[in-house]
Write a protein that binds this ligand. Structure first.
Ligand code: AHR
Length: 676
């Protein structure tokens, strides 16, 4: 309102202080001004119609009515989509490091490699002379010039839309080279046009008919966010290259993960990691599906594959082992989604599925077998003698109803149950409203819809059977027009949906948003929770919304009632949770409407009084419900935390229009009080 009055005053002043105006203009101006005042007045009246609503939220915190939320409730679904892995959390800077992006045939696709020099001075072509039997393509480079240009000729790789090279940081270069004659290779990190040199070394290569592995550290003297790796020489002759890798040395725990992206994952406090897809697991065609066996062992020996659903090549540096390592690093239970012999367009007949079943049993031995077992020994050789605790597997992704799903499912189910009786198996068939016709421990539930629908879906599991398998809401999100590129509106509907999952967490055991990541240069799927490029990242409102649910896993949930004529715009839940020192009664509430709400939070059945000291309110909102974050304004819609000095058994708060609030009421047995 103040803003509008300011507007009126300013415009009025503009009209009446212009000295060059004649009387006709002045009266016209007066009319226009009156009209303007009238319109703005109407707007003011209209906004006053957004009267403050009232509501009372009662929480019964009696222990006998409380129920523990599963430890596993909120986790992460990681899919290799939008370059989330290759060019994303996997810190490898070279794209198409083995020149295999066109597959095993030649000529292969060397994109994004390119030449330095012109066609008369350097000629490159792929051939199948690699020393690695599973990825035989190598790059043959012929230097044609006798007097090569200054700086030499050669090849460069711009990584994934430019390499982020940072001043003072060390990068590990590994490459395989073969040269029949002695040659000196200049290896440099430069700006995208080669003009700025950030790091450079000369590597001598002895003439030999064999391949040589070269390893070199490069220390950057300067920062450039869109750098490239270049390899040049002045010497006429032929050199072969294969498996060229450049890794920063500061990856998370030295495990190859991009630290700042892992940090954003950790802030979600994920209790599980579902991987590696999604449709990525299925493939458009079975020949392009993710195959765990091809993604383990020394990185140089992995063939890589073209993910034909999301349309890009991955060297599979982020393979099955790395996903297991990632789940360990996150402290999250691994959930291995495997291909069940079904892709988007072709299927293996159940009569022929046995080798696929054997393959999956091998994958489980790789994860869980002793370091002496056939596949466990491969894991141990990769650096992890201790087994990875795989307790959940999903038999396919979104394949329910396909011709061979049920038959294939049962083959996998029976074999896994026999070999690993403790593993929980997840069916693709939704049992939220009708029972399954096959055994399962959990069933997948996926939902992508508009915000109003998702808001109303907060009651989805209220009537689901409590007897059958548990629900795994493994993919949920608001999408299409309501979502923008990650709007506040989407996050509010999702928050409401999640309060419903918390309340139904006797049957809903797990939930994860999808997709988690997008490299801004390849947004195949919109929206996504975390947006990044080679050097920056930010969370969408949906990401921040999830951080307010991170403490719910394993917490106690309490029954609530909301009394309000506005209750159809509200969604809430109440939990008791603990951090390392204190206990809190947390009320989370979504105001999906455009009116402010004066809310009374009334608590009964508490075992300890509420302490105003240490009580806080955290609010996610913005002036426009379609507001988003961006690289230029990453904190436009983020939770804002403040003290709640009036916190008591009855607490009065105001909910902003279109907001998601989390009120943490400190409980007095906490150390905060003891220390007072
Ligand atoms: O999350 C994006 C895609 O949506 C997943 O790959 C698939 O499971 C779903 O259709």
């Amino acid at each position: 309102m103040t803003v509008r009055r300011d507007l009126i005053d300013t415009r009025t002043a503009l009209v009446f202080t212009n000295p060059s105006m004649d009387s006709r203009e002045a009266s016209l101006s007066t009319i226009l001004c009156s009209l303007l005042l009238f319109c703005l007045g109407c707007k003011c009246i209209a906004s006053e119609l957004h009267a403050t609503q009232t509501a009372v939220l009662k929480v019964d915190a009696s222990p006998q009515l409380a129920r523990q939320i599963p430890d596993t409730l909120f986790g992460i679904f990681f899919e290799e989509i939008n370059h989330a892995g290759a060019g994303g959390i996997w810190a490898e800077l070279v794209s198409n490091r083995g020149f295999e992006a066109g597959g095993p045939h030649t000529p292969s696709n060397i994109d994004p490699w390119s030449i330095i020099g012109d066609d008369s001075s350097v000629f490159v072509a792929t051939d199948r002379t690699s020393c690695f039997s599973r990825n035989t393509v190598a790059l043959r480079m012929e230097v044609l010039c006798d007097n090569c240009p200054a700086g030499g000729v050669g090849i460069y790789n711009p990584g994934f839309w430019g390499m982020n090279i940072e001043d003072g940081k060390t990068y590990n270069l590994v490459m395989y080279v073969k040269s029949p004659e002695y040659v000196e290779l200049a290896v440099s990190l430069t700006s995208s046009d080669g003009s700025q040199n950030l790091a450079s070394v000369t590597i001598p290569v002895s003439g030999a008919s064999n391949w040589t592995k070269l390893e070199q550290k490069l220390v950057a003297q300067g920062t450039n966010r869109t750098s490239r790796l270049q390899i040049t020489t002045n010497k006429k002759g032929v050199v072969w290259f294969d498996q060229v890798s450049l890794m920063p040395t500061d990856t998370y725990k030295g495990h190859g993960f991009r630290t700042e992206l892992i940090s954003m994952m950790l802030d979600l406090k994920p209790r599980f990691l579902r991987f590696p897809g999604g449709c990525f697991v299925e493939g458009e065609w079975l020949r392009n599906a993710f195959r765990w066996r091809e993604s383990i062992g020394p990185w140089e020996e992995r063939p890589g594959h073209f993910g034909d659903v999301w349309h890009y090549w991955t060297d599979d540096g982020l393979g099955y082992y790395e996903f297991l390592q990632l789940s360990e690093d996150l402290g999250a239970a691994p959930i291995w989604v495997f291909n069940n012999g079904i892709s988007h367009n072709d299927e293996v007949d159940t009569a022929a599925i046995a080798p696929f079943v054997k393959d999956v049993l091998d994958s489980l031995e790789f994860a869980r077998g002793s370091a002496e077992s056939t596949w466990g020994s491969v894991r141990a050789a990769m650096g992890h003698p201790e087994p990875f605790p795989v307790k959940y597997v999903a038999i396919g992704n979104e394949d329910c109803g396909k011709k061979f799903y049920r038959g294939n499912y049962l083959k996998f189910y029976n074999a896994i149950r026999e070999a690993y009786p403790d593993i929980q198996m997840i069916s693709n068939c939704d049992a939220s409203s009708t029972p399954l016709d096959h055994p399962a421990d959990l069933y997948d539930f996926h939902v992508y819809t508009d915000s109003k629908t998702l808001f109303s879906m907060k009651n989805t599991f209220d009537k689901s059977s409590r007897n059958g398998p548990k629900a795994f809401v493994s993919e949920y999100a608001v999408w299409r027009s309501d979502a923008g590129r990650g709007s506040l509106l989407a996050s509010l509907a999702e928050a409401a949906f999640l309060t419903g999952l918390e309340k139904n967490s006797d049957i809903v055991q797990m939930a994860s948003y999808a997709p988690l990541f997008v490299n801004n240069n390849d947004q195949t799927w919109n929206p996504d929770a975390i947006v990044f490029n080679s050097w920056q990242q930010y969370g969408t409102p949906s990401y921040w919304m999830q951080t307010l649910f991170g403490d719910s896993s394993g917490a106690m949930i309490h029954p609530i009632t909301i009394t309000s004529s506005y209750s159809s715009s509200l969604a809430a839940s109440a939990i008791t949770w603990q951090d390392s020192e204190n206990s809190f009664l947390r009320v989370k509430i979504v105001n999906f409407g455009s009116d402010p709400v004066s809310l009374t939070i009334s608590l009964t059945g508490l075992q300890a009084p509420v302490n105003a000291v240490g009580s806080t309110a955290t609010v996610l909102t913005s002036s426009n419900v379609m507001d988003e974050n961006s690289f230029s304004n990453p904190n436009k819609v983020v939770p804002v935390k403040s003290q709640l000095p009036n916190a008591a058994e009855q607490t009065q708060v105001t909910l902003a229009p279109h907001s998601f609030s989390s009120f943490d009421l400190a409980l007095a047995q906490s150390k905060l009080v003891a220390e007072m």
